[in-house]
Write a protein that binds this ligand. Structure first.
Ligand code: PMP
Length: 383
């Protein structure tokens, strides 16, 4: 197993040592936690509600509210047996893999993908099976290729739609086919819905988890880190059929006992004020996406890209570059902008860089200006 940190974190660590760097690297939203959330958390603190452990699955009040919110989306999950409040998405993913994988079980990842998927599967003794998406036409899943990678050892597939790093969204047809394949071949569909609310079309994308016939197959992971700008609070939740949740709960208990209670109150406040907060925040991200996308269009001599339909990343291909990790470190040293090499997201990401528009408008404008200067004056010949 690889014990080095992912390139995203290595780039961020180096960036912190360079004065005046603008980071468009790690997906950390610039927005502060909302005052509606802070006020409720302060209230919980002042009323001595946050000092003690909660039940391992989370505060009853939180799980009950989550269950009600899920029902509004046609997802029927019992607060008693089918929901666990977690320390963010990454703990939910880790607890899931540790609970459900046996040594050598295969888990399919569509690449490019969030680097921690592979790392977590390996940590849990599983075997990652990569299925590359086709960049042509906007990161399309070739279902025949997926079918070829399904074997008797396939335990799960991880889906992240809207996607990190590509910003692409899987179609209803693709998702339904995956659901049917999962039923037929008896594997799980782990839906990492961390970017659920980041979509830039008029309507929310189709979500397989709303289709109750697939409930036994689905494990859904939700996080408050990105959409509610609570990445430092480490809070999220997981829901699935009782059979899976009971196993995941025992691992979650061994790992962290319960999610930080103060953060559970933050998550609860976020859900209670979901509409107001998300309307406000998503409007801001739409604007940031446009600013970054327009800047990239003006760099068409150097980059090729498609506009993301969701999440908050652009994933342009750098024309003519082969050593993109070297290039990213060179950009960092010379232009003082941190961006992530696409190789970090698996073979499908080769030749690309990832830029996050979770950052403030000023940072995006200045960062893109520096990038333009870099391309103009360095010609990014191999570094
Ligand atoms: N899944 C994806 C696709 C992510 O991009 C991230 C964070 N960048 C996570 C899970 C984990 O996030 P957190 O633990 O903060 O919820």
């Amino acid at each position: 197993m690889d014990h080095t940190l992912s390139a995203i974190k290595r780039i961020e660590n180096r960036a912190k040592q360079i004065p005046g760097v603008i980071s468009l690297a790690q997906g950390i939203p610039s927005l502060p936690s909302h005052h509606l959330i802070r006020n409720e958390v302060i209230d919980a603190m002042l009323n001595n509600k946050v000092d003690k452990y909660s039940p391992p699955a989370g505060l009853l009040e939180m799980r009950t509210f989550i269950s009600q919110k899920l029902a509004e989306k046609n997802m029927e999950y019992s607060h008693e047996h089918e929901i666990i409040v977690t320390a963010g998405g990454i703990e939910a993913l880790s607890a899931t893999m540790l609970a459900l994988l046996k040594h050598g079980d295969e888990v399919i990842i569509l690449t490019p993908a969030y680097p921690n998927y592979e790392r977590i599967i390996l940590m849990a003794g599983g075997k990652p099976i990569m299925v590359p998406l086709s960049e042509k036409g906007g990161w399309i899943l070739d279902l025949s290729l997926l079918k070829k990678r399904i074997s008797r050892r396939t335990k799960a597939i991880i889906l992240c739609s809207p996607n990190n790093p590509t910003g692409s969204v899987l179609s209803e047809k693709q998702l339904r086919t995956i659901g049917i394949l999962a039923q037929r071949h008896k594997f799980l569909v782990i839906c990492d819905d961390i970017y659920e609310h980041f979509y830039f079309g008029d309507n929310a994308p189709f979500n397989l988890c709303t289709q109750n016939q697939f409930k036994k197959q689905i494990i859904r992971i939700v996080s408050f880190s990105k959409d509610f700008s609570l990445s430092g609070w480490r809070i999220g939740f997981i829901h699935a059929d009782n059979e899976h949740i009971s196993k995941i709960l025992s691992i979650h208990d061994n790992l962290i006992n319960c999610a930080p209670v103060i953060s559970q109150y933050a998550g609860l406040a976020a859900l209670k004020n979901e509409k107001v907060i998300l309307n406000e925040y998503m409007e801001i991200y739409r604007k940031r996406r446009k600013i970054m996308g327009d800047c990239l269009e003006s760099l068409s001599e150097y980059v090729q890209f498609t506009w993301p339909n969701g999440a908050y990343y652009f994933f342009p291909k750098i024309i003519g570059a082969t050593d993109v990790e070297g290039l990213c470190f060179d950009i960092l040293e010379k232009a003082k902008v941190a961006v992530v090499p696409g190789d970090d997201f698996g073979a499908g990401g080769k030749g690309h860089i990832r830029l996050c528009f979770g950052k403030s408008e000023e940072e995006i404008i200045e960062g893109m200006k520096r990038l333009e200067q870099y391309f103009l004056y360095n010609k990014f010949t191999e570094v």
